[in-house]
Design a binder for this molecule. Sequence first.
Ligand code: PAF
Length: 285
Amino acid sequence: MKVINTISDLRAFLDLARREGKTIGLVPTMGALHEGHASLVRRSVAENDVTVVSIFLNPTQFNDPSDLERYPRTLEADCQLLDACGATVAFAPTVKEIYPEPDTRTFSYPPTDTVMEGAFRPGHFNGVCQIVSKLFSYVEPDRSYFGEKDFQQIAVIRRMVEDLGLKLTIVPCPVVREENGLAMSSRNSLLKPEERAIAPKIYATLANSVVFAEGHSVKETHDFVVTAINSVPGLEVQYFSIVDGRTLADVKSWDESDFIVGCITVFCGATPIRLIDHIKYKGEE
Ligand code: PAF
């Protein structure tokens, strides 16, 4: 695997690959890679001739400087994992390389980017669109792979791709979970042992709520999830929204859409660590 740090070297490498008729897959990441990322990389390797994985801790998508500061950084281990997965290129630029000047562009795709994470982390999706649009323009991939764990992020990026008229295909990939159900996330490495012990209750409750929802309304299902999670000492729901899986607008009844998803963010422990997850109630398995 080649490690490339500059946009010009990346472009030169990919121009050659394209001239040879090769297809290109892109997996954007912020590093601190785990099995969830590995599954995206393996899928890209299986479906494309060249797989580029970007490793860039993007400052413009962090609205809380302490969150950025404590985000895990594990470049050497990341490169080993990518090599083992068969990635062609790890693109690991500096902040100066990506943002020689401040990025003043604004992206706005309501309601996908204004609800849930968009409401609680103002500017977050604008930063995600800034970096992902730059990566798309450097790499010009045929396909780009995103984990469904960040369910809302995929909806926002799809809108951006439509808006900018880009030709690539966005490939959503299923959440990878630990044996106890906890969705894999780079932030899990920040959890203390006692927090790891309670964090799986989030997905266990979401899974139970699918059965509960069969005999109850949207509001009752919402309250079931929030009450059950908040009753666990050390867990506190920031929001739980039951939404249309495409527009992310709230639904009030199960008949309102053929694709309904519950999206949750929970504070775990004293620090606290923000954990996000979702569950599908209806449609698009
Ligand atoms: O999902 C992430 O890790 C980031 O939001 C992404 C897509 C790599 C952009 O920085």
